[in-house]
Design a protein around this ligand. Structure first.
Ligand SMILES: *Cc1c(COP(=O)(O)O)cnc(C)c1O
Length: 226
């Protein structure tokens, strides 16, 4: 068994009781590494750059489900809308509108997660909870028929302090539950997924209710650049 497949297998066993989706974050990694993971049974892959995701999509088997996990620019939405499985980092109303507009052109309903700002760091993207509730409750949101919000995504503060991380993940999970109970289901809203947890903190995330973990370096090894 290859090292990559072995890592996936180890993590899959470790998380088996949680029934979460393991997304193999393959950004910066060569096609061969992804093919190896796919041959070992891995279906969900995460990328953070549009150009890289498009070129990998074109080369690799069509059975792969592609997750856009990075900050997405509106002018690049068009390139991924035809094939993307889930867009994790929707962090503004303008971006959501742009996705809806492009999806409408090809008559697709694109699944998205709204990114919530949970970290202490200023630099992390995302909505705060009040903004999020306002958006979902707005009349304009009802009109977005070519997107479907299927959950929330968050990134914890980059710290070794597990208590801080746990607090932030718990906050995300609570926001998820709040939307479910206060708003319920709509044609374009069906809260099922909480995307949280990376190589360093996925067990903490799962204990806090994560349904999707985004794991890169623990599968493919360290990256040379972001
Ligand atoms: C790179 C990245 C990951 C994976 O990070 P690792 O620490 O390598 O597991 C997860 N989520 C996002 C948004 C990323 O950009």
């Amino acid at each position: 068994m290859s090292k990559i497949t072995e890592n996936i297998s180890t993590i899959s066993k470790e998380i088996a009781s949680y029934k979460a989706t393991l997304i193999a974050v393959s950004k910066t990694k060569p096609i061969e590494d992804l093919q190896e993971a796919f041959d070992g049974g891995q279906i969900h892959f995460g990328e953070n750059k549009v150009q890289e995701m498009v070129s990998k999509f074109e080369t690799l088997p069509k059975a792969i489900k592609w997750h856009m996990i990075g900050h997405l620019q509106r002018n690049k939405v068009k390139q991924i809308v035809p094939f993307v499985h889930l867009i994790h980092g929707v962090d503004s109303e303008r971006l959501l509108l742009a996705i809806d507009k492009e999806a409408k052109k090809i008559n697709r309903q694109v699944h998205c997660l709204l990114q919530v700002h949970i970290a202490k760091e200023e630099s992390k993207f995302g909505f705060d909870v009040d903004e999020l509730m306002e958006l979902i409750k707005s009349a304009q949101f009802e009109e977005l028929k070519h997107i479907k919000i299927v959950g929330l995504m968050g990134m914890a503060t980059n710290t070794k302090n597990k208590e801080v991380i746990k607090g932030e993940f718990t906050q995300l999970k609570e926001t998820f539950e709040k939307i479910k109970t206060e708003i319920g289901e709509k044609d374009n809203l069906d809260m099922k997924e909480v995307s949280m947890g990376m190589s360093g903190d996925y067990m903490v995330a799962l204990k806090c209710g994560s349904t999707m973990i985004r794991v890169g370096s623990a599968i493919f090894g360290e990256r040379n650049y972001a």
